[in-house]
Design a protein around this ligand. Structure first.
Ligand code: LLP
Length: 433
């Protein structure tokens, strides 16, 4: 009945998540509130892991893209589930290291890593630094030399694949700030440059074509293009790369009409391509890495808000305002991303109106959605926005000096805070005068 398996309705007619009554959660922790179903997070990790196991045997790894939702608890969870980790900043790396994440299983991404970040990555012994460009390649070689340790690297390649998704979250095409283009010869140039350097060891390639992608074909095509490039590298340089990181980007269901394929279908399709292409090219199957973020964390989360004012503008629209907004979920403002919503304390009632859900920021564009089918909402109701586990908490801000909401993990009817609510004191903590 719901887009997410962890949700239900109890006999009071209230929305539940992970066996917890959402009304009790807001009574205990107040609003706005991020709630994540721990069991579902773990399920997603396990499903990915077992499909990598099934299609590539021990010769693969699932690296959770921590940018989608990063805090100590989730890094620890990914570690416990035997995943690797994709980090993209010194901050994400620090969070991972603070829980003792095994550095060899970390992939460090980014189109403009600072010398400081690269130095830290080397000191931690990060297993794979994903080099984005020639400047970084040189810099990393120098830093590795000064530390006298060889950096294991992948090169980020733009495979030139257009995966139909929102422009801002599309990255595989030539006009992208990420990576080295194949078409222009830049990628091959970087391979040769890396091979000639003493303090970097090129072990493989990385690509990521975008996010929230439903089609399987672009992923298959990407695998094909990347493997052919690996064969071309072998031909031109004699170098046999052993690792291929195919990135993340698998779409999830935000609305009832969305129909993402199960991971299994994606893994099956891509692994067929990998196996047949390797056979054609006479290549050993490389160690395959995938980096799902949204599809691990997204469906496991919801956000709960308290409804404040309800403003009906006759003949125009009804604004239902909540006590959060673009500060805890900027995705509608940024990408017109759509969400399913419901009044948590009227979960079993029919949705009889269409409303605009607005946040409390001093900004007209601070909306969480328009034309949202909703139960009759009145001040004091609790509004639930579904599938907010990815790119909500991780993209939150303090605009208008709103403190960030806490994150609560729920499991088997029990709840615990994994990230505390920010306080007003937190907001002025770094102000010097
Ligand atoms: N690997 C790399 C190198 C990436 O850049 C990304 C996402 C992922 C993996 C994970 O992709 P996922 O499986 O989560 O789609 N803020 C945007 C999404 C930006 C994605 C950036 N890179 C949003 O809210 O939709």
């Amino acid at each position: 009945m719901f887009i997410s398996d962890c949700l239900g309705i109890n006999d009071k007619g209230n929305l539940t998540i992970g066996g917890c009554d959402t009304l009790e959660l807001v009574q205990r922790y107040a609003t706005p509130l991020y709630v994540m179903d721990e069991q579902q997070l773990r399920e997603h990790c396990r499903q990915y892991r077992s499909s990598i196991e099934k299609y590539y045997g021990g010769n693969g790894l699932v690296a959770y893209a921590s940018k989608s939702f990063c805090c100590k608890a989730v890094c620890r969870l990914a570690m416990e589930e035997g995943l690797g980790l994709d980090v993209v900043s010194g901050g994400e790396l620090y969070t991972a290291m603070s829980v003792g994440f095994p550095a060899q299983r970390i992939f460090f991404h980014g189109n403009n890593k600072t010398p400081q970040e690269l130095t830290e990555a080397l000191e931690y012994g990060v297993g794979q630094i994903v080099v984005d460009n020639l400047t970084e390649l040189e810099l990393l070689n120098q830093l590795a030399k000064s530390q006298e340790r060889v950096a294991r690297i992948l090169l980020r390649v733009k495979p030139g694949i257009d995966a139909h998704t929102h422009n801002f979250i599309r990255t595989g095409q030539i006009d992208s700030k990420f990576g080295l283009a194949l078409e222009t010869g830049e990628a091959m140039q970087a391979v040769k440059a890396a091979a000639a350097l003493d303090w970097v060891q090129l072990v493989g390639l990385h690509c990521h074509i975008g996010s929230q992608i439903f089609d399987i074909a672009p992923f298959e095509e990407t695998a094909r293009v990347m493997l052919r490039f690996m064969a071309q590298i072998r031909e031109e340089t004699g170098l046999e790369l052993t690792m291929l990181n195919l990135g993340g980007g698998f779409g999830i269901q935000y609305l009832p009409e969305h129909d993402p394929k199960p991971y299994e279908t994606y893994m099956d399709g891509v692994s067929r391509t990998v196996h047949s292409e390797c056979e054609k090219l006479g290549m050993k199957i490389p160690f395959i890495v995938i980096e799902p973020g949204r599809s691990v964390s997204g469906p496991a989360g919801i956000t709960l808000y308290r409804v404040g004012s309800v403003k009906e503008i006759p003949g125009v629209r009804t604004y239902v305002s909540v006590d959060g907004g673009m500060t805890d979920n900027p995705r509608y403002a940024l990408y017109q991303a759509e969400y399913e919503m419901l009044v948590a304390n009227k979960a079993s009632q029919p949705k009889t109106q269409k409303v605009t859900v607005a946040g409390k920021c001093c900004e007209s564009g601070d909306l969480l959605g328009e034309n949202i089918p909703l139960q009759q909402a009145v001040p004091g109701d609790v509004l639930a926005v579904l599938a907010t586990g990815a790119y909500n908490y991780s993209m939150s801000s303090n605009y208008n000096r709103l403190p960030k909401p806490p994150v609560v993990f729920v499991r088997d009817g029990k709840a615990r805070v994994v990230v505390k609510r920010e306080t007003l004191e937190d907001l002025i903590r770094n102000d010097c005068e």
